[in-house]
Every structure is written in structure tokens, then in C-alpha cells.
Ligand binder design. Structure first.
Ligand SMILES: [Zn+2]
Length: 475
């Protein structure tokens, strides 16, 4: 059946009735998930190309034209797959891009109860490396693409799926590579990234749906001082270790200013409703026009609130001197920063230089690969715009159907996912996942990683409904 000539709302209604007529999608979702888990995609010995090709083959078998499914990458082992689900022809709406990484963290057989690269079903769970992070959602989106295609669904705009390499590490990050080399393939109005956000449950009871709407930016800086040194029996006022130590003491005493954005404001407003009375009062003060410094100070003793309120920079490594009885010729420290959206790494480096105010002390940017440079990048993620009304409306509808009554909480990720690349490229990016994970069962990157079969099936239904809600025009 083809819905191209049916008005969009009618098409949506037909779609919803189709959900019941459709054959059970779970066997296909199971097979694709199993196939992905059993392809090793670690950086050390794995290949994302094999996984990308396998998913491309699934989509081709599911009815996608060959011209709309490509596997490409910088080398033979770090392939990415990009598939375009064509929307209504002549649509003026720009595409939605879904990014999802194929690579997984290393896993050693001897640490696990089962082979991490074998898909094991046991006691209502699927076990294997990547079952939570994030081959579950890779398989879910591929399956839902095939289901929608088979149902003849035509979205009101193109939906692009990019399954990518090297999110967890490695030198060939697929999202970054695609943006730099094939932006036209993945350019979009906004991004969905199922690697963040999701439903949290407690003993199986759903608590909240989190949507990740912005991320902090990661940066390492090396502080260093050098000195001719000398005999330690004749100390001089100029000492490399003291230069570095004084800078770190200043850093400890000088937090970055509080700065809220659309996302952290909404997050804090939600937390004020569920917090202890003291924390709730402090949050309301922080959200007010003139925050009470005492309230800011109290909230900042909580690591999670502190990282939500401001850019943070913290000493993480220290080295100095070469002999117990010699004046140090050099001292270095690593300072790790998590930068609020809207600010660049170089801006923060210059603020550190100004804070330390010590011409003897150098503050250099240290890249992920370990290289040092005098300046850091000027690129900055945009400060988050208000959450898109269309995305929030579709999310509310879908959540209300599947988990009625739970709140939807916008979040700023204080770590980082691949959304950092799309946000640096100026594309608003949202972390949305429908796989419910119990708060006591977070096993990403850990041993015996697993996902409840019911959660996986729930995530499958969630993205199916969510994509329809996002790409069907409301009357
Ligand atoms: Zn991940």
C-alpha cells in the first residue's frame, strides 16, 4: 500500500491502525540485535565496517533503495552507515538526523560470566557488550526503519540514520568525519541521539523520561613551570613547584560564575519540586533574579548541582621535580574542564591565564591524543535554544501512551556523547531513548552488560511511535 496520495492526518490514522495489523516485529528486532552484538566493534580488534555493512544489508532487504544506503569511512575498519528514509516528495521541511554509534567499549572474556560477544538470553535479559550502550538502540532504529518502510509510511520529511564509529575512543570518530567530509549526506534541522536520555525505572517502576538537550564541552589544560633549578640547600624564591601549586590553590578557591541556560533552568525547576525543603529553597533562589550567594554556596557542595550551575575545572594530575635534594627544574599539572555550552576551550584557557596571573606559568591545551598547543579551539557549542515545541509535543504524546503520568525532564549532560560534534556544527541535538534502564542496573562499559527483554521491546515500540509523531503533520 502507498500513502503518498493520502492526506497526512489520514495517513497517521491508517498508520496507527496498521500497528495492530503488522506482524509481530520482535523476532526481526531480536535477530538484528543478536547480529550486532556478535560483530565485535571494539577499537582494538573489531570493525564497525562489518556492523555498518550488516545493517545496510538489512535495510536493503527491508526495501530501501541502494542509492539511499551507503557505507563509508576513513579506512577499512572504521566504516559508518548512512541511510536516508525518503519523506514526502517536494517537502520543504529539512531532514531529521538520528546518530547512533556502532562501536563498543573493550570487554574481556575472563571478566564476564558469559562471552561478551555472544548474544545470551537469560532470566528475561539479553546479555552482551553493547546491550545498553548502544547496540540496543542501533538495532531498534534499523528495525523501526524497516517496519515503517514495509507499512508504506511516508514521513513529512527525510529521516537520516547515521550508524557511526569511534564514539567510545579511537581516532576515527564517525560523526566528526561525516560532518567534515560528507556534510551533505547528514545535514539536518535537528539531531536525535539515542545514546543519551531515556527512561529511568526503580524496581521496574518508571520514574521519569530524561531528554538530553545540551552537553558540556571537554578540555584538558596543562599548567607548567620550568626553572634552572639548583641545590636544595640554597632555596631561591623562584620555584617551579610553587608556581604550579599556587595556581592550583587559586583554582580551588575560585569557582567559575553561575550561568544558567534554557535546559538547566527547566531541569532545576523540575528538581525544586522533588527536592528536600532546603535544596528546593536554594534552587528557587538560584532561579530567581538575584540569587542568594549562601544558597549558591550550599547547592554547590553537591557535585551534580555544582556541575549544572557552572563550568568546572579541576586538578586531576600532578608531576614535578627530579631529585629529593634538588630544586625542581619543572612542574606540571593537568586541569580538566567541563565547559558550559556557549563558551570555547580557548576562552576558558584565557580565563585560567588571567586567574593565575603568573608570567612564569604556562597554560597549554592538551588534545585527546596528548599533543600540547599554545592555544585551544575557538569552536563553541551554541547555548541551547528553547526546547523545540514539535519535538516536545511528539515526546509528550509518545511517553503518555507508553508510560502515562511520568515527567519529562530536560538535562544537560556533564560528560559528553557524539552530540557534542553535531552541536559544535550548529545543529540542535537531543538525547532521546525509549529503553528503560533500572537505576540500580546501569552496566554501560561494565561487565555482564545486559538489558531487560521487556525494556528492549518497549524501546522498539517507543521509537516507532515517536518517529511517526515527529513526521506526521498535525491538523
Ligand atoms: Zn554510548
Amino acid at each position: 500500500m502507498n500513502y503518498r496520495r493520502v492526506p497526512p492526518l489520514a495517513a497517521a490514522l491508517i498508520m496507527i491502525s496498521q500497528v495492530h495489523a503488522e506482524a509481530d516485529p520482535r523476532p526481526l528486532a531480536h535477530d538484528i540485535f543478536k547480529q550486532l552484538i556478535e560483530i565485535n566493534t571494539t577499537d582494538s580488534v573489531g570493525s564497525t565496517t562489518l556492523a555498518a555493512q550488516a545493517m545496510a544489508d538489512r535495510l536493503l532487504a527491508g526495501g530501501f533503495p541502494a542509492a539511499d544506503v551507503v557505507v563509508l569511512g576513513p579506512n577499512a575498519r572504521k566504516g559508518n552507515m548512512v541511510a536516508r528514509y525518503r519523506g514526502r516528495s517536494g517537502s520543504k521541511l529539512r531532514p531529521i538526523l538520528i546518530i547512533a554509534h556502532l562501536d563498543v567499549v573493550e570487554a574481556r572474556r575472563e571478566d564476564w560470566s558469559t562471552d561478551p560477544f555472544q548474544f545470551v538470553e537469560k532470566d528475561g535479559y539479553y546479555y552482551g557488550r553493547g546491550t545498553q550502550d548502544m547496540k540496543d538502540n542501533d538495532a531498534i532504529i534499523v528495525t523501526d526503519f524497516i517496519r515503517l518502510k514495509r507499512a508504506g509510511y511516508v514521513p513529512d520529511r527525510d529521516i537520516i540514520l547515521a550508524l557511526t564509529a569511534d564514539e567510545e575512543g579511537g581516532a576515527s570518530n564517525g560523526v566528526d568525519w561525516l560532518l567534515k567530509n560528507h556534510r551533505e549526506l547528514i545535514d539536518a534541522e535537528y539531531v536525535l541521539n539515542p545514546d543519551a536520555g531515556g527512561v529511568t525505572t526503580s524496581d521496574g517502576k518508571p520514574l521519569a523520561m530524561e531528554i538530553e538537550a545540551t552537553e558540556k564541552l571537554y578540555a584538558d589544560f596543562q599548567l607548567s613551570a620550568t626553572n634552572p633549578g639548583g641545590h636544595s640547600s640554597l632555596p631561591k624564591p623562584d620555584n617551579a613547584i610553587y608556581h604550579v601549586a599556587n595556581a592550583l590553590a587559586l583554582l580551588e578557591r575560585t569557582p567559575f560564575p553561575v550561568e544558567l541556560n534554557n535546559v538547566t533552568r527547566e531541569y532545576l525547576a523540575h528538581m525544586a519540586q522533588v527536592e528536600t525543603p532546603q535544596n528546593a529553597a536554594d534552587i528557587r533562589s538560584v532561579l530567581g533574579a538575584t540569587p542568594d550567594p549562601a544558597a549558591v554556596a550550599r547547592l554547590s557542595t553537591d557535585a551534580r548541582y555544582n556541575s549544572t550551575l557552572r563550568t568546572t575545572c579541576v586538578a586531576t594530575m600532578l608531576e614535578g621535580g627530579h631529585a629529593r635534594n634538588a630544586l625542581p627544574q619543572s612542574a606540571t599539572a593537568n586541569v580538566n574542564c567541563r565547559i558550559l555550552p556557549g563558551h570555547s576551550q580557548e576562552e576558558i584557557r584565557l580565563q585560567l591565564v588571567q586567574l593565575f596571573n603568573d608570567p612564569q606559568l604556562q597554560v597549554r591545551y592538551r588534545s585527546d591524543a596528548g599533543g600540547l598547543s599554545e592555544h585551544a579551539s575557538d569552536r563553541r557549542a551554541m547555548a541551547p535554544p528553547p526546547l523545540r515545541a514539535d519535538v516536545m509535543a511528539a515526546l509528550r504524546d509518545t511517553v503518555a501512551r507508553q508510560w502515562p503520568g511520568i515527567p519529562i525532564i530536560p538535562e544537560m549532560e556533564t560528560g559528553a556523547s557524539d552530540s557534542v560534534h553535531t552541536m559544535l556544527a550548529g545543529i540542535p541535538s537531543y538525547g532521546v531513548s525509549g529503553v528503560a534502564i533500572d537505576r540500580d542496573d546501569q552496566r554501560m562499559h561494565g561487565k555482564d552488560e545486559r538489558v531487560a527483554i521487556a525494556s528492549y521491546d518497549g524501546g522498539l515500540q517507543f521509537y516507532y511511535d515517536f518517529l511517526i509523531a515527529l513526521t506526521t503533520k498535525k491538523p
